[in-house]
Design a protein around this ligand. Structure first.
Ligand SMILES: Cc1cc2nc3c(=O)[nH]c(=O)nc-3n(C[C@H](O)[C@H](O)[C@H](O)COP(=O)(O)OP(=O)(O)OC[C@H]3O[C@@H](n4cnc5c(N)ncnc54)[C@H](O)[C@@H]3O)c2cc1C
Ligand code: FES
Length: 282
């Protein structure tokens, strides 16, 4: 059963699968064809975690993928009461879900297919192709975007940074959907030893289109990169939410164009909205 709320739907969705990806990271799949039909990468769902009053507020989670059966995947870290309740759900139990919510990534019309010249000619082949960047729990919407881009003939380069090797499990089997996967770990257990923005700064081409989601320091580094190298970039922000539908201003973030609500004006924003204002000379 569902009620339409202006494009978004409220659905009582049966849980299809749950799995622990690491000690505190869970993949949960539920069936909601009414939401899946309109879902785009960058959008999120708001889930009522409990069946009692606590926790009262819905919890937002990025849509990590949808399949032809109308199943929607989310991946989350257990950090408090809401995510603990969700982690305990078992197949057949029902979730109260609203979605799809928020502004998705806008796929640039001139992104190129990295397979045109093959991966061996990497310097030339990677010109103008989508460059996906994720850090930690920023992976789900970026993995969803990688799969949508692939289905449109645009295999992307994916840069992914995590704290330690075991967290690479968040990517699932996305490697087959991208042209190249570059990883970094804070502790050096896999890939580049350090943060992923260091690799991106070294490798990024001037004509790349960036799509990113991750922690604030990563987004801040990408805003700096986009400003100093004149790159196109779309960034997905997380912010604690209350109403989730634009009514309370509780999720506002400051941008160069004033305060913006992450839940309805975002969560995806163009990087230039965070460039410092130009100094005017008299
Ligand atoms: C658009 C959007 C997409 C999101 N997608 C994902 C996702 O794909 N996977 C995922 O694991 N999480 C995601 N989050 C964050 C997720 O919503 C929170 O982790 C969740 O609401 C926590 O609920 P809780 O009841 O377990 O914790 P709470 O008890 O509500 O909070 C526990 C602690 O975490 C802090 N906290 C809660 N939410 C956030 C937040 N958004 N940012 C920083 N600190 C927070 C609280 O201040 C508190 O200290 C997303 C958030 C937004 C806004
Ligand atoms: S959470 Fe209420 S306006 Fe965004």
């Amino acid at each position: 059963m569902h009620t339409d709320q202006g494009g978004k739907k409220r659905v009582f969705a049966p849980v299809a699968e749950t799995a622990r990806l690491t000690g505190d990271i869970v993949r949960l799949v539920f069936t909601a064809p009414e939401i899946a039909a309109g879902a785009q990468p960058g959008q999120f769902v708001a889930i009522r975690a409990g069946q009692t009053e606590a926790p009262l507020l819905r919890r937002p989670f990025s849509i990590g993928g949808c399949d032809a059966q109308g199943r929607i995947e989310i991946v989350f870290r257990i950090i408090g009461a809401g995510t603990q309740l969700l982690a305990a759900k078992r197949p057949g139990e029902t979730l109260d879900v609203i979605g799809p919510l928020g502004r998705p990534f806008e796929i640039a019309s001139d992104v190129r297919d990295s397979s045109i010249r093959g991966q061996t000619d990497s310097e030339r082949a990677e010109a103008g192709i989508p460059c996906l960047i994720a850090g930690g729990l920023g992976a789900p919407p970026i993995v969803f975007l990688a799969r949508v881009l692939k289905s449109r003939g645009n295999r992307a380069i994916l840069y992914y940074g995590v704290r330690t090797k075991s967290e690479l499990a968040l990517l699932g089997n996305v490697e087959k959907d991208v042209a190249r996967l570059v990883v970094s770990t804070d502790d050096g257990t896999a890939g580049h030893h350090g943060v992923i923005s260091e690799v991106v700064a070294r490798e990024i081409r001037e004509d790349a289109c960036i799509y990113a989601c991750g922690p604030r320091p990563l987004l801040a580094a990408l805003i700096h990169l986009a400003r100093t190298r004149n790159l196109r970039a779309q960034l997905s922000f997380e912010q604690q939410m209350a109403c989730g539908v634009g009514a309370c201003m509780g999720c506002s973030i400051e941008t160069a164009r004033g305060y913006q609500r992450v839940c309805t004006d975002g969560p995806v924003f163009p990087a230039e909205m965070f460039f410092p204002p130009q100094k005017t000379h008299e």
